[in-house]
Design a protein around this ligand. Structure first.
Ligand SMILES: NC(=O)c1ccc[n+]([C@@H]2O[C@H](COP(=O)([O-])OP(=O)(O)OC[C@H]3O[C@@H](n4cnc5c(N)ncnc54)[C@H](OP(=O)(O)O)[C@@H]3O)[C@@H](O)[C@H]2O)c1
Length: 412
C-alpha cells in the first residue's frame, strides 16, 4: 500500500489528485499496489473549504512526517521551504516526485544523491516542459548516445506572447496582457519573460544530457521584453520567427549555454512550435536529431508527467540518481562558431548607417525597412566576440543612436 502525501493543491496538485483518483484501478492493475491519498498540504486551508478533499487538507507539514506516508508529491513550488521538505522526506526514506524546476535546477544533484543514499527515488519529469516526456527519454532511451546539442523552446508563456506578436501584430504589452487573461502568464511574469524559467530548465536538461553539472545562474539569459514590432517585421521579411531559444552544446572547454531571443527559420522544427507549446530538439551522435513537441504546462499535462513518475517509483524502476556529482562545468556564454546575425541600427541617416555596416562587415545582406531611422541587415561573423566588438565600435559613432543584434539559427 502506498500512502501518498501531496504538497500543494493548486494547478498541478489538483490535477495530480484528479488523475490519481481516475486511475486508482489502473494503477493497481499495472503495479499490483494500491495507492491511497493520505494528506494534501496547502498554505491557506480556508481557500479549500469547498474541496471534496477538505478532510485531508491541512496546512501542518508535521502531519506528513508520519511514517505511514511513504511517498511525497511536491507541487507547491518555490525554493523554500520546498527544498527543506524534500530533503527531510528523502532522509526519512520516503520517495519524492516533484514538478519544481526551481528546486531541481538548484538542488537536483544534492537531492538525487540523498535519495540514492537512502535507497529511495527522487523524480522530476514534470519540472522540464510539463507534459512532454524529456528527462526519462534523455536518461534512458537516448542513453546510447553522446548528446552534443540541445535547442529548445522551454517556456510556453513567452512562446505564446511571441506567437501573438507575430500572428496578430500585437505589441509586447498587449500580448502579455492577453497571456495573463488566458492564464498562460502569471500576474508577476518576470521569471518567464526575463528567461530565468527557461534557463533553469536548460540547466536541468544539459546536466542530464552531458553528464556534467550545469549551474543555471551562469547561463547567458536575455528576456523578450525588448522585442518590438520592428524586430517582428524584420523576422517576417527573412522568413523567420523570433523565439526565446534555449541552446546548449557540449564543448571541450565547457558547456555553451544561452537563453535569448533568436531568429529561426519559420519552416523548421522550432519555428513551427507556436502558442503555449514547447519544443525540444536534441542531437545525439548515433540517433541524429530527435524532436519533442507538446504542452509544456497546464493542469493535466503536467499531472500526467507526475503520475508517470509515481508509476515508475511504484514499479521500482530507475532508483539511481538522475544527476552526476561533479564540480560545475565552466559555462561558455559566447557563441564560438560562425553564424549569421541580424543587426538593427537606429540613426538620423540611413545612408550613414549603411556605410558603417558595410565598412565593418564583409558579407552584408540588407533587409528593407520602411522606417527612415532604421537600418537592418544580415551579417556574417566568425564568432560572437567579433560581433560584440563591432557593436561596441558602432555605438561610438554619433550617427548611431541604438544597436540591437540577434543570432540566427537556420535548419532547426
Ligand atoms: N502550472 C503549471 O502548468 C506547471 C507546469 C510545470 C511545472 N509546474 C511547477 O509545479 C509547481 C506547482 O505549480 P502550480 O502552478 O500548481 O502552483 P499554484 O497553482 O500556485 O499552487 C501552489 C499550491 O501550493 C500551496 N503552497 C504554496 N506554498 C506553500 C507553503 N509554503 N506551504 C504550504 N502550501 C503551499 C498553495 O496553497 P494555497 O492553495 O493555500 O495557496 C497551492 O495549493 C511549481 O513548482 C511549478 O513551477 C507548474
Amino acid at each position: 500500500m502506498i500512502n501518498l502525501g501531496v504538497l500543494g493543491n493548486g494547478t498541478v496538485g489538483s490535477g495530480v489528485v484528479e488523475l490519481i483518483e481516475k486511475n486508482v484501478e489502473y494503477i493497481k492493475k499495472r503495479t499490483g499496489k494500491e495507492i491511497f491519498l493520505s494528506k494534501i498540504l496547502v498554505k491557506n486551508p480556508e481557500k479549500h473549504f469547498e474541496s471534496d478533499h477538505k478532510n485531508i487538507i491541512t496546512n501542518d507539514i508535521n502531519e506528513f512526517y508520519d511514517e505511514k506516508i511513504n511517498m511525497i508529491v511536491e507541487v507547491m513550488g518555490g525554493l523554500h521551504p520546498a527544498y527543506e521538505y524534500i530533503k527531510d522526506f528523502l532522509n526519512m526514506k520516503k520517495h519524492v516526485v516533484t514538478a519544481n524546476k526551481d528546486v531541481v535546477a538548484k538542488y537536483g544533484e544534492e537531492l538525487s544523491s540523498i535519495a540514492e543514499k537512502n535507497g529511495v527515488s527522487f523524480r522530476f519529469e514534470a519540472s522540464v516542459a510539463g507534459g512532454i516526456p524529456i528527462i526519462k527519454p534523455l536518461q534512458e532511451c537516448l542513453a546510447g548516445n553522446n548528446i552534443s546539442d540541445i535547442r529548445a523552446i522551454l517556456n510556453g508563456t513567452t512562446n505564446f506572447i511571441l506567437s501573438k506578436m507575430f500572428n496578430e501584430n500585437l505589441e509586447y504589452n498587449e500580448a502579455l496582457k492577453e497571456a495573463q487573461r488566458l492564464g498562460f502568464a502569471e500576474a508577476n511574469p518576470e521569471a518567464d519573460v526575463m528567461g530565468y524559467d527557461a534557463a533553469r530548465k536548460l540547466a536541468i536538461l544539459s546536466s542530464i544530457s552531458y553528464y556534467e553539472k550545469v549551474d543555471w545562474e551562469s547561463i547567458l539569459t536575455e528576456g523578450i521584453t525588448e522585442i518590438d514590432e520592428v524586430d517582428i517585421q524584420i523576422a517576417k521579411k527573412l522568413n523567420c520567427k523570433i523565439k526565446l531559444l534555449a541552446v546548449s552544446s557540449k564543448e571541450t572547454e565547457g558547456v555553451y549555454a544561452a537563453v535569448r531571443p533568436s531568429f529561426v527559420s519559420k519552416h523548421g522544427y522550432i519555428g513551427k512550435v507556436n502558442d503555449e507549446f514547447n519544443g525540444i530538439l536534441v542531437e545525439g551522435d548515433a540517433v541524429g536529431e530527435v524532436f519533442f513537441l507538446g504542452k509544456g504546462a497546464g493542469k493535466l499535462p503536467t499531472a500526467s508527467a507526475v503520475l508517470g513518475d509515481i508509476l515508475n517509483v511504484l514499479e521500482n524502476n530507475n532508483q539511481r540518481s538522475m544527476f552526476v556529482s561533479t564540480a560545475p562545468r565552466p559555462i561558455i556564454t559566447k557563441w564560438k562558431k560562425k553564424a549569421q546575425w541580424i543587426i538593427r541600427l537606429h540613426g538620423q541617416s540611413k545612408d550613414k548607417l549603411r556605410a558603417l555596416v558595410r565598412e565593418y562587415f564583409k558579407e552584408v545582406c540588407e533587409v528593407h525597412c520602411e522606417l527612415p531611422e532604421v537600418y537592418a541587415a544580415v551579417v556574417h561573423a566568425e564568432n560572437e566576440e567579433y560581433i560584440d566588438a563591432i557593436i561596441d565600435k558602432l555605438k561610438n559613432f554619433k550617427e548611431v543612436e541604438k544597436v540591437k543584434a540577434f543570432i540566427r539559427f537556420d535548419g532547426i
